[in-house]
Design a protein around this ligand. Sequence first.
Ligand SMILES: [Zn+2]
Length: 326
Amino acid sequence: MGSQSAAVIGVDFGQTAIKGALVKQNGAITAERHTASNLHAEPGRLVETLSDFIRRLIEEASRNHLSLQGIGISSTMDVDSAAGCFRVINREYLANFEGFPIAQTLKEIFGLPVLIQNDGIAAAWGEYRFGAAQPYQNVISITLGTGIGGGVILDGSLLPETLGSASYFGHMSIDRQGDWCACGNRGCWELYVSGTALENRLKKALDETRHPTCLKPDSSAKEIALKAQNQDALALQILQEAGELLGLGLVNLANIFNPEVIVVGGGVAAAGDLILNPARSVFSKQRMPIRKQIPIRLSGLGQYSGVVGAGALCFEQMGDSPNRRN
Ligand SMILES: [Zn+2]
C-alpha cells in the first residue's frame, strides 16, 4: 500500500456542529461533511450520531480509493486522550459521559485505531503541522468559538497532559471583579472575547441605548463579524473592544510561554484584522519584550484546524509519520 493512498477520518465535534473530512498524511482534506451535533446527555446517542457520520466518510474513502488507517476525533468535551475516555469538568448535565470509553467503543464498531483529543489542542496541532504556525516550533493557538479553546506547542511537542486536560486559556481571569463564570472563577477571558461574549455584548449594547446598526439582538458572532466588515458602527465597536481584550489575554500567555507565533482561529476570527489589529496593538504595547517579534496570525486551516489536527495526531499515534514537523 503506497502512502499516497493512505488517509484517516478526522472528526471535530463541537457544541453546535460536527465537521469531518478524510485527512491525508500531507494534511490535505477531502469529502468534507457537516451536521448538527445536538450534544445530548446520553453517550449512546453521541455514539450513534458519530457512527453514522463516520460511516458516510468511510463510504467516501472507498469511493476515492483511499486506504483508511484510523479515526482522529477532536472533542469539545474534556478528554483523557491517553485513556481514550471522556472527562466531565463543570458540566453536570453531561455527567453520564464521565469515563465513557469513546475511543474503544468506536474502535469496536469500525475496527480502526481511534484517537481522541481536546479540540483546542487538536486545532493547535493542525496549525502547527500544516497551518499558520509554520515554520515555528513554539506556538500558542487560540480558538474563539462558544468559549475559548487553546493549545500550546513548545519545542515541537504538545504540553504533557495532566489528568487528561490543560490549556484552559478561556478561564484565565482578566477582571477579578468581572462576571462569575460557570468554572467557579470570575472575569474569565472567554466571558469577554468568545463568540458567545460578542453576542452577549451586542444584546447589552442594544438594551442600553439606541445604536444606528443593522444588527438584531439575536445576531450571531459571525453576523457581527460580517456587519463589521460592512462598516456597521456598533459591530466595529464590539470587535474593537473584544480585540483589545483578546490582546490583553495574549500578553499574559506570551509572558508565560514565550511563543514564536500566536495563531487565532474559530468563528470569531472570521472578522480577521478587525479583531486582530486591536489585539496586536495592545499586545505589542503591553507584553514583555522577551522576543522582538511575535506575529499574531489568523488560522491557516479555518474551520478545519481541529479535523486536520486530530487526523495528523491519529497518523502520528500509529507511528506512520514523524511526531514532529521537520
Ligand atoms: Zn471561567
